[in-house]
Design a protein around this ligand. Structure first.
Ligand SMILES: Cc1ncc(C[n+]2csc(CCOP(=O)(O)OP(=O)(O)O)c2C)c(N)n1
Ligand code: SF4
Length: 269
Protein backbone atom coordinates (compact mmCIF):
# COMPACT_ATOMS: atom_id res chain seq x y z
CA UNK A 1 0.00 0.00 0.00
CA UNK A 2 1.43 3.45 -0.83
CA UNK A 3 2.83 4.87 2.39
CA UNK A 4 0.71 8.03 2.18
CA UNK A 5 -2.43 5.86 2.54
CA UNK A 6 -0.91 4.11 5.55
CA UNK A 7 0.21 7.37 7.14
CA UNK A 8 -3.16 9.01 6.59
CA UNK A 9 -5.61 6.24 7.43
CA UNK A 10 -3.86 3.79 9.77
CA UNK A 11 -3.03 4.06 13.47
CA UNK A 12 0.62 3.23 13.08
CA UNK A 13 0.98 2.68 16.83
CA UNK A 14 -1.54 -0.20 16.65
CA UNK A 15 0.54 -2.14 14.13
CA UNK A 16 1.76 -4.79 13.48
CA UNK A 17 -1.60 -6.44 12.92
CA UNK A 18 -2.50 -9.87 14.29
CA UNK A 19 -3.36 -11.52 10.97
CA UNK A 20 -1.59 -14.70 9.82
CA UNK A 21 0.58 -14.76 6.71
CA UNK A 22 -1.70 -15.34 3.70
CA UNK A 23 -4.83 -14.07 5.45
CA UNK A 24 -7.03 -12.04 3.10
CA UNK A 25 -8.16 -9.58 5.78
CA UNK A 26 -5.47 -7.06 4.88
CA UNK A 27 -6.63 -6.96 1.26
CA UNK A 28 -10.22 -6.19 2.25
CA UNK A 29 -9.15 -3.60 4.81
CA UNK A 30 -6.88 -1.88 2.31
CA UNK A 31 -9.71 -1.90 -0.27
CA UNK A 32 -12.09 -0.18 2.16
CA UNK A 33 -9.48 2.50 2.87
CA UNK A 34 -8.79 3.00 -0.84
CA UNK A 35 -12.53 3.35 -1.55
CA UNK A 36 -12.86 6.00 1.17
CA UNK A 37 -9.85 7.83 -0.24
CA UNK A 38 -11.22 7.64 -3.81
CA UNK A 39 -14.54 9.05 -2.61
CA UNK A 40 -12.69 11.89 -0.88
CA UNK A 41 -14.68 11.43 2.32
CA UNK A 42 -13.78 13.57 5.32
CA UNK A 43 -12.01 11.20 7.71
CA UNK A 44 -13.91 12.68 10.64
CA UNK A 45 -17.22 11.96 8.91
CA UNK A 46 -16.54 8.23 8.59
CA UNK A 47 -17.38 5.78 11.35
CA UNK A 48 -16.15 2.20 11.15
CA UNK A 49 -18.02 -0.25 13.37
CA UNK A 50 -16.94 -3.85 13.85
CA UNK A 51 -17.96 -6.87 15.93
CA UNK A 52 -15.52 -9.46 17.25
CA UNK A 53 -13.36 -11.78 15.17
CA UNK A 54 -10.08 -11.68 13.26
CA UNK A 55 -11.70 -9.50 10.60
CA UNK A 56 -13.29 -7.21 13.16
CA UNK A 57 -9.83 -6.29 14.46
CA UNK A 58 -9.53 -4.05 11.38
CA UNK A 59 -11.41 -1.20 13.09
CA UNK A 60 -8.64 -0.83 15.67
CA UNK A 61 -5.99 -0.33 12.98
CA UNK A 62 -7.88 2.43 11.18
CA UNK A 63 -7.80 6.13 11.95
CA UNK A 64 -11.44 7.16 11.63
CA UNK A 65 -14.16 7.29 14.25
CA UNK A 66 -14.06 3.60 15.12
CA UNK A 67 -15.81 1.29 17.51
CA UNK A 68 -14.88 -2.33 18.14
CA UNK A 69 -18.09 -3.67 19.68
CA UNK A 70 -19.26 -7.10 20.86
CA UNK A 71 -19.63 -10.30 18.86
CA UNK A 72 -22.54 -10.09 16.44
CA UNK A 73 -23.73 -6.66 17.50
CA UNK A 74 -21.90 -4.35 15.08
CA UNK A 75 -25.09 -3.56 13.17
CA UNK A 76 -27.01 -2.81 16.35
CA UNK A 77 -24.34 -0.29 17.40
CA UNK A 78 -24.12 1.06 13.86
CA UNK A 79 -27.88 1.63 13.77
CA UNK A 80 -27.70 3.77 16.92
CA UNK A 81 -24.69 5.69 15.60
CA UNK A 82 -26.41 6.45 12.29
CA UNK A 83 -29.60 7.57 14.06
CA UNK A 84 -27.70 9.94 16.32
CA UNK A 85 -25.38 11.22 13.57
CA UNK A 86 -27.10 10.96 10.18
CA UNK A 87 -24.20 12.88 8.55
CA UNK A 88 -21.71 10.12 9.28
CA UNK A 89 -20.81 7.54 6.65
CA UNK A 90 -21.20 4.39 8.71
CA UNK A 91 -19.29 1.33 7.50
CA UNK A 92 -19.61 -2.02 9.28
CA UNK A 93 -16.82 -4.59 9.20
CA UNK A 94 -17.97 -8.07 10.17
CA UNK A 95 -17.02 -11.74 9.81
CA UNK A 96 -19.35 -14.42 8.44
CA UNK A 97 -19.95 -15.74 11.97
CA UNK A 98 -20.34 -12.26 13.41
CA UNK A 99 -22.75 -11.22 10.66
CA UNK A 100 -24.78 -14.34 9.94
CA UNK A 101 -24.70 -16.53 13.08
CA UNK A 102 -24.97 -14.49 16.30
CA UNK A 103 -25.59 -11.30 14.30
CA UNK A 104 -28.00 -12.76 11.75
CA UNK A 105 -31.04 -11.14 13.32
CA UNK A 106 -29.44 -7.69 13.27
CA UNK A 107 -28.52 -8.20 9.63
CA UNK A 108 -32.03 -8.99 8.43
CA UNK A 109 -33.55 -6.09 10.34
CA UNK A 110 -30.95 -3.53 9.22
CA UNK A 111 -31.63 -4.65 5.64
CA UNK A 112 -35.40 -4.59 6.18
CA UNK A 113 -35.19 -1.02 7.44
CA UNK A 114 -32.93 0.04 4.56
CA UNK A 115 -30.86 2.10 6.98
CA UNK A 116 -27.98 3.94 5.31
CA UNK A 117 -25.13 1.70 6.45
CA UNK A 118 -22.53 -0.03 4.29
CA UNK A 119 -21.76 -3.51 5.55
CA UNK A 120 -18.62 -5.30 4.38
CA UNK A 121 -18.57 -8.98 5.32
CA UNK A 122 -15.18 -10.69 5.40
CA UNK A 123 -16.38 -14.19 4.50
CA UNK A 124 -13.64 -16.76 5.14
CA UNK A 125 -16.21 -19.57 5.57
CA UNK A 126 -15.19 -20.27 9.17
CA UNK A 127 -14.72 -18.80 12.65
CA UNK A 128 -11.10 -17.73 12.45
CA UNK A 129 -10.49 -16.08 15.78
CA UNK A 130 -11.78 -18.91 17.96
CA UNK A 131 -9.99 -21.72 16.16
CA UNK A 132 -11.97 -22.93 13.17
CA UNK A 133 -15.54 -23.73 14.19
CA UNK A 134 -17.89 -23.99 11.21
CA UNK A 135 -20.05 -20.97 10.40
CA UNK A 136 -23.32 -20.41 8.52
CA UNK A 137 -21.30 -19.99 5.31
CA UNK A 138 -19.15 -23.11 5.66
CA UNK A 139 -20.12 -25.11 2.56
CA UNK A 140 -22.08 -28.29 3.27
CA UNK A 141 -19.64 -31.17 3.68
CA UNK A 142 -16.67 -28.97 4.60
CA UNK A 143 -14.93 -29.42 7.93
CA UNK A 144 -14.38 -27.30 11.00
CA UNK A 145 -13.35 -28.11 14.58
CA UNK A 146 -17.07 -28.45 15.41
CA UNK A 147 -17.74 -30.48 12.25
CA UNK A 148 -14.85 -32.93 12.13
CA UNK A 149 -16.74 -35.33 9.84
CA UNK A 150 -18.15 -32.60 7.58
CA UNK A 151 -20.81 -29.95 8.09
CA UNK A 152 -24.34 -31.24 7.50
CA UNK A 153 -25.98 -27.78 7.51
CA UNK A 154 -27.00 -26.02 4.33
CA UNK A 155 -24.86 -22.91 3.98
CA UNK A 156 -26.29 -19.44 3.52
CA UNK A 157 -25.89 -17.44 0.34
CA UNK A 158 -25.38 -14.17 2.22
CA UNK A 159 -26.15 -11.98 -0.79
CA UNK A 160 -29.48 -13.74 -1.41
CA UNK A 161 -30.25 -13.33 2.28
CA UNK A 162 -29.47 -9.59 2.29
CA UNK A 163 -31.47 -9.00 -0.88
CA UNK A 164 -34.47 -10.95 0.38
CA UNK A 165 -34.36 -9.01 3.67
CA UNK A 166 -34.46 -5.67 1.85
CA UNK A 167 -30.94 -4.39 1.16
CA UNK A 168 -30.88 -1.90 -1.71
CA UNK A 169 -27.30 -2.58 -2.83
CA UNK A 170 -25.89 -6.11 -2.85
CA UNK A 171 -22.59 -7.24 -4.34
CA UNK A 172 -19.84 -9.83 -4.04
CA UNK A 173 -16.12 -9.82 -4.80
CA UNK A 174 -13.09 -11.87 -3.81
CA UNK A 175 -9.70 -10.93 -2.41
CA UNK A 176 -8.19 -12.13 -5.68
CA UNK A 177 -9.66 -9.03 -7.36
CA UNK A 178 -9.20 -6.20 -4.90
CA UNK A 179 -10.12 -3.52 -7.44
CA UNK A 180 -13.62 -4.96 -7.55
CA UNK A 181 -13.92 -4.65 -3.76
CA UNK A 182 -12.82 -1.00 -3.96
CA UNK A 183 -15.44 -0.18 -6.61
CA UNK A 184 -18.15 -2.01 -4.68
CA UNK A 185 -17.40 -0.22 -1.42
CA UNK A 186 -17.55 3.08 -3.30
CA UNK A 187 -20.93 2.12 -4.81
CA UNK A 188 -22.16 0.86 -1.47
CA UNK A 189 -21.29 4.11 0.30
CA UNK A 190 -22.95 6.12 -2.49
CA UNK A 191 -26.16 4.10 -2.15
CA UNK A 192 -28.59 5.89 0.16
CA UNK A 193 -29.78 2.82 2.02
CA UNK A 194 -28.54 -0.52 3.30
CA UNK A 195 -25.59 -1.77 1.26
CA UNK A 196 -24.24 -5.27 1.62
CA UNK A 197 -20.86 -6.28 0.19
CA UNK A 198 -19.70 -9.86 0.60
CA UNK A 199 -15.96 -10.28 0.20
CA UNK A 200 -14.75 -13.85 -0.13
CA UNK A 201 -11.47 -13.99 1.74
CA UNK A 202 -8.79 -16.53 2.60
CA UNK A 203 -8.13 -18.16 5.97
CA UNK A 204 -5.32 -20.61 5.23
CA UNK A 205 -4.78 -21.22 8.94
CA UNK A 206 -8.17 -22.77 9.71
CA UNK A 207 -10.53 -23.10 6.74
CA UNK A 208 -7.69 -23.91 4.36
CA UNK A 209 -5.91 -26.35 6.66
CA UNK A 210 -9.05 -28.17 7.82
CA UNK A 211 -10.26 -28.60 4.26
CA UNK A 212 -6.96 -29.37 2.54
CA UNK A 213 -7.16 -26.28 0.37
CA UNK A 214 -3.39 -25.88 0.22
CA UNK A 215 -1.51 -22.72 1.08
CA UNK A 216 -2.55 -19.10 0.60
CA UNK A 217 -1.38 -19.10 -3.03
CA UNK A 218 -3.45 -22.23 -3.76
CA UNK A 219 -6.47 -20.58 -2.15
CA UNK A 220 -5.98 -17.45 -4.26
CA UNK A 221 -5.63 -19.58 -7.39
CA UNK A 222 -8.89 -21.31 -6.50
CA UNK A 223 -10.64 -17.93 -6.22
CA UNK A 224 -9.16 -16.85 -9.55
CA UNK A 225 -10.26 -20.01 -11.35
CA UNK A 226 -13.74 -20.34 -9.89
CA UNK A 227 -14.99 -16.78 -10.00
CA UNK A 228 -17.41 -15.63 -12.65
CA UNK A 229 -19.09 -12.30 -13.29
CA UNK A 230 -22.87 -12.28 -12.86
CA UNK A 231 -23.53 -11.38 -16.51
CA UNK A 232 -21.48 -14.36 -17.74
CA UNK A 233 -22.98 -16.64 -15.07
CA UNK A 234 -26.52 -15.83 -16.18
CA UNK A 235 -25.63 -17.13 -19.68
CA UNK A 236 -24.12 -20.42 -18.41
CA UNK A 237 -26.11 -23.63 -18.82
CA UNK A 238 -27.36 -25.08 -15.52
CA UNK A 239 -24.84 -27.95 -15.47
CA UNK A 240 -21.86 -25.59 -15.59
CA UNK A 241 -23.00 -23.36 -12.72
CA UNK A 242 -22.12 -25.58 -9.76
CA UNK A 243 -19.56 -24.24 -7.27
CA UNK A 244 -19.03 -20.99 -9.15
CA UNK A 245 -18.42 -17.84 -7.11
CA UNK A 246 -20.65 -15.23 -8.72
CA UNK A 247 -19.21 -11.73 -8.38
CA UNK A 248 -20.26 -8.21 -9.31
CA UNK A 249 -23.23 -6.05 -8.46
CA UNK A 250 -25.98 -8.58 -7.76
CA UNK A 251 -28.84 -6.26 -6.88
CA UNK A 252 -29.65 -2.56 -6.87
CA UNK A 253 -33.03 -1.30 -5.71
CA UNK A 254 -34.58 1.87 -4.40
CA UNK A 255 -36.65 2.34 -1.25
CA UNK A 256 -36.97 5.18 1.24
CA UNK A 257 -34.10 5.27 3.73
CA UNK A 258 -34.94 4.61 7.38
CA UNK A 259 -33.38 7.57 9.22
CA UNK A 260 -34.80 10.03 6.68
CA UNK A 261 -38.27 8.53 7.15
CA UNK A 262 -37.92 8.70 10.93
CA UNK A 263 -36.68 12.30 10.91
CA UNK A 264 -39.61 13.37 8.74
CA UNK A 265 -41.97 12.15 11.45
CA UNK A 266 -40.00 13.97 14.15
CA UNK A 267 -40.01 17.21 12.11
CA UNK A 268 -43.77 17.00 11.59
CA UNK A 269 -44.41 17.58 15.32
C1 LIG B 1 -21.22 -13.33 22.76
C2 LIG B 1 -19.97 -13.99 22.27
N1 LIG B 1 -20.04 -15.25 21.83
C3 LIG B 1 -18.94 -15.87 21.36
C4 LIG B 1 -17.74 -15.20 21.35
C5 LIG B 1 -16.51 -15.91 20.87
N2 LIG B 1 -16.15 -15.52 19.51
C6 LIG B 1 -15.28 -14.52 19.29
S1 LIG B 1 -14.97 -14.28 17.66
C7 LIG B 1 -16.01 -15.57 17.25
C8 LIG B 1 -16.23 -16.00 15.83
C9 LIG B 1 -15.36 -15.34 14.83
O1 LIG B 1 -15.71 -15.73 13.53
P1 LIG B 1 -16.15 -14.68 12.44
O2 LIG B 1 -17.16 -13.76 12.95
O3 LIG B 1 -16.50 -15.43 11.21
O4 LIG B 1 -14.82 -13.81 12.23
P2 LIG B 1 -13.35 -14.24 11.81
O5 LIG B 1 -12.59 -14.44 13.09
O6 LIG B 1 -13.42 -15.48 10.98
O7 LIG B 1 -12.86 -13.07 11.03
C10 LIG B 1 -16.59 -16.13 18.37
C11 LIG B 1 -17.54 -17.27 18.35
C12 LIG B 1 -17.72 -13.88 21.82
N3 LIG B 1 -16.58 -13.15 21.79
N4 LIG B 1 -18.85 -13.31 22.28
S1 SF4 C 1 -7.02 -17.39 11.72
FE1 SF4 C 1 -7.65 -17.15 9.58
S2 SF4 C 1 -8.95 -15.30 9.52
FE2 SF4 C 1 -7.78 -15.27 11.45
S3 SF4 C 1 -5.94 -14.08 10.99
FE3 SF4 C 1 -5.40 -16.22 10.67
S4 SF4 C 1 -5.78 -16.59 8.48
FE4 SF4 C 1 -6.83 -14.69 9.04
Amino acid sequence: MPSQLVDKYFRIESLPHIWCPGCGNGIVTRSIVKAIDNLGLDQDKVCIVSGIGCSSRASGYLDFNTIHTTHGRALAFATGIKFANPDLHVIVITGDGDCAAIGGNHLIHAARRNIDITTVVFNNNIYGMTGGQYSPTTPTGDKGTTAPYGNIDANFDLCDLAKAAGATYVSRATVYAANMIIKQVEDGVKNKGFSFIETITTCPTYYGRKNKKGDAVDMMTYLKENTINKTAYDKLPEEKRENKIVVGELYKGQRPEYVEKYNKIIESF
